[in-house]
Design a protein around this ligand. Structure first.
Ligand code: SAM
Length: 274
C-alpha cells in the first residue's frame, strides 16, 4: 500500500484536468502522515465498516483501506468517483474492499452495509448538515472523526455558556458526545484554504428519546437560538401563547425563563419538550 503525497495528487489532478471547485470545498490532503494520523485518532479497527464522505482523490481513503474491514465512500463529483476505484487498485491490494457511491451525501439515507465508523475530511460548505444527517440516518455509526474548518469544529464541540455554543453543538449533542481532537495546518492541503482546520471526534451515546421527542426538541432549539440574545420566556412565547405562560412552563420543569438558550444543555431542552 502506498499513500498519496503532493506529487501523486498533482499527477491525478492533471490526469483528470481537475480545477478544484471552491463550491464543492475541494481541498485535497497532500500529506500521507496526516491521513494516517486521522485514521489512528479515529481508532479504526480491523472489523470496522468505515464511511467516508467526499473522498476526493483518495488520500484518506487509502489510509482507511489499510485499517478497516471495508470502506464506503460517497463522492458528489462524478470525475472523482470514477477515478477513485482505479487509484485504489493502483495503490492498494485491498481495493476490492472499497465501494464508491457517486452522490450528494445529503440524499443518502440507507446503505447496503451498516457503517460503524465515520472518517472524513468534510466539504466545508456543508459540513454541519452532512454531519447531523449522518448521525440521524446511520444509527450504526458508533464513533468517528471528521475534519472541518476550525471555527465549525469549535461550534460542534462547544459546551453551554460559551460564545461558540449554538444549534450545531446542541443538535450534535442529541446524538453523541462530541469533542475537539486536534488542529491541522492549512499547508497540508492543495489548494491551501484560507483557514485552518480541526479534527472533531464523536462517540454515540444512548438515545435520549424517540423520533417524536427529537423533532420537538429540535424545533425548540431552533426557536431558542433564533434570537440568541433574548430570554427563553420570550423566544419560546409562541409555543405557549405568551411570555408569562412560557415562563410558568419552564419553571414547572426547573428552568429559569430569564436564561438564554445558550445556557441550556441538551437534557434541559429534552425536559422542556417532554
Ligand atoms: N477526502 C479528500 C481529501 O482529504 O483529500 C477530499 C476532501 S475535500 C475537503 C471535500 C470533498 O467532498 C471533495 O472531493 C468534494 O467533491 C466532495 N463533496 C462536496 N460536497 C459533497 C456532498 N454534498 N456529498 C458528497 N461529497 C461532496
Amino acid at each position: 500500500m502506498t499513500l498519496l503525497g503532493a506529487a501523486e495528487i498533482r499527477e491525478l489532478a492533471a490526469l483528470l484536468d481537475l480545477k478544484p471547485s471552491k463550491s464543492l470545498g475541494q481541498n485535497f490532503v497532500i500529506d500521507a502522515n496526516v491521513c494516517r494520523k486521522i485514521v489512528r485518532v479515529a481508532d479504526v479497527k480491523s472489523d470496522d465498516v468505515a464511511l467516508e464522505i467526499g473522498p476526493g482523490l483518495g488520500s484518506l481513503t487509502l489510509a482507511l483501506l489499510e485499517e478497516a474491514s471495508s470502506v464506503v465512500a460517497i463522492e458528489i463529483d462524478q470525475r472523482l468517483a470514477t477515478q477513485l476505484p482505479i487509484t485504489a487498485a493502483n495503490h492498494s491490494d485491498r481495493a476490492e474492499k472499497l465501494t464508491v457511491i457517486n452522490s450528494d451525501a445529503l440524499v443518502i439515507r440507507t446503505l447496503d452495509v451498516a457503517p460503524t465508523v465515520l472518517v472524513a475530511n468534510l466539504p466545508y460548505n456543508v459540513s454541519v448538515p452532512v454531519f447531523l444527517h449522518l448521525l440521524e440516518f446511520f444509527p450504526t455509526l458508533r464513533t468517528g472523526v471528521v475534519m472541518v474548518q476550525a471555527e465549525v469544529a469549535d461550534r460542534l464541540a462547544a459546551k453551554p455558556n460559551s460564545k461558540e455554543y449554538g444549534i450545531p453543538s446542541v443538535k450534535a449533542a442529541w446524538w453523541a458526545d462530541v469533542s475537539g481532537a486536534g488542529s491541522v495546518s492549512r499547508s497540508i492541503f492543495w489548494p491551501a484554504p484560507n483557514v485552518d482546520s480541526k479534527l472533531v471526534g464523536f462517540t454515540r451515546h444512548a438515545p435520549l428519546g424517540d423520533e417524536v421527542l427529537r423533532k420537538k426538541v429540535f424545533s425548540i432549539i431552533d426557536l431558542a437560538f433564533a434570537q440568541r440574545r433574548k430570554m427563553l420566556r420570550s423566544t419560546l412565547s409562541s409555543l405557549y401563547g405568551s411570555s408569562a405562560a412560557a415562563e410558568a412552563h419552564l419553571a414547572s420543569v426547573g428552568i429559569d425563563g430569564t436564561l438564554r438558550g445558550e445556557a441550556l444543555t441538551i437534557e434541559d431542552f429534552c425536559k422542556i419538550a417532554k
